[in-house]
Design a protein around this ligand. Structure first.
Ligand code: EPU
Length: 417
């Protein structure tokens, strides 16, 4: 197993290229199952999760080639509508296949994902959306089995604007008979990216980017070429690196419109940020001010940046309160950050962070993708050496992270343990 070794407190400077968004490419890959044929998808991040999704598509019968961030998928022979436990448990996004497989084949057998590293993550909204569209759902030996002659348009209102359930419902609805209206839909840019992809294939989705999506079902969709949006969570992670140990860092190929909440908080914490249409520059001008932060659905501050924000606050000038309203128990990084000497106390979904002048490097362990990112940030800012083990988590969601950081001047390397 690999680990990352960081010698901290090197000042970062320069330009870093932002990759395509993990959480956009995964549903787009799944959506290729909706119409047989050949797809060319560009700006695809070369991640562990991308490869896991390719394995799943291959099990379903698709073929692919993936080089230089360009992915060719051929779904002409896709015909096995099943997603096994072994894959779904390693990557919950595999559950996205439920909607499109049911829509295309009238049958899907998809493993329930089970819990995740930080707690339960239910899929009840996904299932009730499909039921509303007329699918019969059965649970058997840990699998969801969905059957339907043809899904029917329906009115769906989510109790919470779930990203995954919105994506699944939209992919089911595009081939359904009649109109589907989804209220309280997720507005995340990754869902808009999926809808744009589906519309390019011939779907009729309106209200993209809003809380109400209207989908007029069509009989058939067609393969297309498509480009994935930039990864706003990777971009936010590099911006926070800039605030912690940067001098002047420019993110190339980032979309500042997707990052308004993060940029606003960073500015309040004392950093200077300038943007163009497709780049963001952060210049460290001041001591990091302690700023409270509460996560929210888009366009609020993303839960996927909560751990990284906490890392930043551990070296701020005072006390900050960090609340996660999306995932109440997503705090596995707290005990690892404490190993750097950070002062953090927890009650329910609220962390209180007392900033310190400096952190001290330590051996720590990754627990999930974003928690790992927070440990890298702490390691970059800490005195002396940090060893981060179990970095397969980071490889799930960050493309060549150590190379990108090295390019900015960090002293970071990958070693086998
Ligand atoms: N929820 C339910 N029932 C459901 C679905 C969700 O109660 O059927 C609840 C969840 O428990 C949670 C909230 O709704 O409290 C939001 O969950 P959501 O469904 O929006 O999350 P997700 O689709 O499972 C995606 C991202 C996550 C990201 C969340 C929130 C992908 C592949 N994953 O997950 O990304 O944290 O949205 O923005 O898009 C990551 O990239 O590290 C990651 C975990």
């Amino acid at each position: 197993m690999d680990k990352l070794v960081i010698n901290g407190q090197k000042i970062l400077n320069g330009i870093v290229e932002i990759s395509g968004a993990k959480n956009a490419v995964l549903p787009v890959m799944v959506a290729t199952l909706l119409a047989p044929g050949k797809y060319r998808i560009s700006r695809v991040p070369d991640l562990r999760d991308t490869h896991t999704m390719l394995r799943l598509l291959e099990m379903i019968g698709a073929t692919s080639s993936f080089e230089n961030n360009e992915l060719l998928i051929d779904t002409t022979k896709a015909s096995n509508p099943e997603a096994p436990y072994d894959l779904v448990k390693t990557m919950r996004a595999s559950f996205y296949v439920l909607g499109p497989l049911t829509a295309r084949f009238g049958y899907a057998k998809v493993s329930l994902p089970g819990g995740c590293a930080w707690g339960p993550r239910p899929v009840n909204f996904h299932i009730s959306a499909l039921e509303a569209m007329g699918a019969e759902i059965e649970l058997d030996e840990g699998y969801v089995i969905a059957t339907a002659d043809r899904l029917k348009g329906a009115k769906i209102t989510f109790d919470f604007p779930s990203v995954g359930a919105t994506g699944n419902a939209v992919m089911a609805a595009v081939l359904a008979d009649g109109e589907t209206v989804i209220q309280n839909a997720a507005c995340e840019p990754e869902i808009s990216c999926l809808c744009d992809f589906l519309n390019a294939m011939g779907a009729k989705i309106s209200g993209i980017g809003s809380e109400k999506l209207t989908i007029e079902g069509v009989d058939q969709l067609n393969p297309v070429n498509f480009e994935i949006i930039p990864d706003r969570i990777e971009a936010a992670t590099f911006l926070i690196a800039g605030a912690m140990v940067g001098d002047n860092i420019t993110l190339k190929g980032a979309n500042p419109d997707h990052l308004t909440a993060v940029i606003d908080k960073l500015q309040k914490s004392g950093q200077e940020i300038t943007t163009t249409e497709d780049s963001i520059t952060i210049t460290k001008v001041d001591q990091i001010k302690s700023i409270d932060m509460t996560t929210a659905v888009y366009p609020g501050f993303p839960t996927d940046v909560q751990a990284q924000w906490m890392a930043l606050m551990t070296v701020s000038d005072g006390t900050s309160i960090i609340t996660d309203t999306v995932y109440h128990d997503r705090f596995t990084h707290v005990s690892e950050l404490s190993r750097f000497g950070a002062w953090i106390t927890m009650k329910d979904n609220v962390a209180v962070v007392s900033g310190r002048k400096r952190l001290k490097g330590a051996p720590v362990m990754s627990t999930d993708i974003r928690a790992s990112a927070s440990l890298i940030l702490a390691g970059l800012a800490a005195q002396d050496r940090t060893d981060i083990s179990r970095i397969y988590h980071i490889d799930r969601g960050y493309e060549r992270i150590e190379e990108k950081l090295k390019g900015l001047g960090a002293d970071i390397r990958r070693e086998s343990e």
